[in-house]
Design a protein around this ligand. Structure first.
Ligand code: ATP
Ligand code: MG
Length: 332
């Protein structure tokens, strides 16, 4: 079986963007691939450096999010980055093969510096993250990586490292992993920001209650130029219609087209379309909420899922590290 490796940064709970960007593909492929899901808790320190205790809570929440979209712990290995010391040894070796300039040229890193307002106040760990990520993926020799569009540049870095090490040693130690971008590579936020992001406060969480969904949708950004329901409205790029298109079951298709037509002609108000979206999202989230309930009050089960995953990955990554060192001639 080929291997999938992907993961989440436990800096907050998972949202609709994560669903269409990566979670959906994880669930779909769980029977065809051996799947590893990493929680990048050490990496989360780049965002939560002053409150590290929150990261463990978020790790449990994010595990719950993954289980609630239908990932079966019998098929999937979940593990925490901080529990696998081999990752950092592999990353240290990798970092010798990445130039400082190459690390700074990463477009996702550049975007995040701007979108998160980091200025020149970012850590070395933040800049190095694509190298740690290469170690996250390659410690289990992951071949396919279901991710959102913002991760494409990181994957390119991983491939470069794999290629370079293979060429250097003359052995096929590492695969060159491929990105699998989700149905929506980058889902827009409720505020119209091109990315729904857990650090951007523009999310609808998979764990939101019906009431929270309603509140967030009713406050959503739509067409800023439309003041009255009789004004012709813009459908393209309007987050309300983007969510309708992406989270409604096929049966609503005609109704959505009708709303789009009326919206363009100024024949329907924002409130009516938003109320419809509330129903659509609550229907979509129904089964996810139900699955979450079945796992929520089982802290021992959640802990043992992670414990088993950690120990499995420690074993695999020890073998990978030993192989790498041996091929580099480090036989001490
Ligand atoms: P942070 O701001 O802390 O980086 P994030 O919202 O980007 O948080 P991550 O844990 O970094 O979340 O991302 C997990 C996965 O979800 C990645 O594969 C990422 O590409 C994908 N993803 C995140 N946000 C979106 C989005 N809005 N649309 C599609 N995919 C997304
Ligand atoms: Mg991110």
């Amino acid at each position: 079986m080929k291997r999938i490796l992907t993961g989440d940064t436990p800096t907050g709970k998972l949202h609709l963007g994560h669903f269409v960007g990566t979670l959906e593909n994880r669930a779909k492929l769980q029977n065809e691939y051996e799947i590893f899901i990493l929680f990048a808790d050490t990496h989360a320190l780049t965002t939560l450096s002053s409150s590290p205790k929150l990261i463990a809570d978020y790790t449990r929440e994010v595990l719950l999010d993954n289980l609630s979209v239908g990932l079966d712990p019998k098929n999937v290995t979940f593990f925490a980055e901080s529990a696998i010391p081999q990752i950092y040894e592999i990353a240290a070796i990798f970092s010798m093969y990445v130039s400082h300039n190459r690390a700074l040229r990463n477009p996702t890193i550049k975007d995040e510096i701007i979108s998160k307002g980091l200025g020149d106040q970012f850590s070395l760990g933040f800049i190095n993250y694509p190298i740690y990520q290469a170690a996250d993926i390659l410690c289990v020799k992951g071949q396919l990586v279901p991710v959102g569009k913002d991760q494409e540049a990181h994957l390119e870095q991983t491939r470069e490292i794999a290629r370079e090490i293979n060429k250097l040693t003359g052995f096929d130690i590492f695969p060159e992993p491929q990105a699998l971008i989700g149905r929506v590579g980058k889902l827009v936020g409720t505020d119209g920001n091109p990315k729904m992001g857990k650090s951007l406060n523009n999310t609808i969480y998979l764990s939101d209650s019906k009431e929270e969904v309603e509140k967030k949708v009713m406050n959503m950004y739509t067409d800023p130029n439309r003041i009255h329901p009789t004004d012709p409205g813009k459908v393209e790029g309007n987050p309300v219609f983007i969510y309708l298109d992406n989270f409604s079951p096929g049966k609503d298709k005609d109704k959505i087209e009708e709303y789009k037509d009326k919206y363009r002609k100024g024949q329907v108000g924002d409130v009516e379309v938003k109320k419809f979206l509330v129903d659509v999202l609550n229907e979509f989230l129904g089964p996810i909420r139900e699955r979450r309930e079945t796992y929520k009050n089982k802290p021992d089960l959640l802990a043992s899922i992670l414990e088993e995953g950690n120990s499995k990955v420690r074993k695999i990554s020890t073998e990978t590290l030993e192989e790498l060192k041996q091929k580099l001639g480090f036989a001490f």
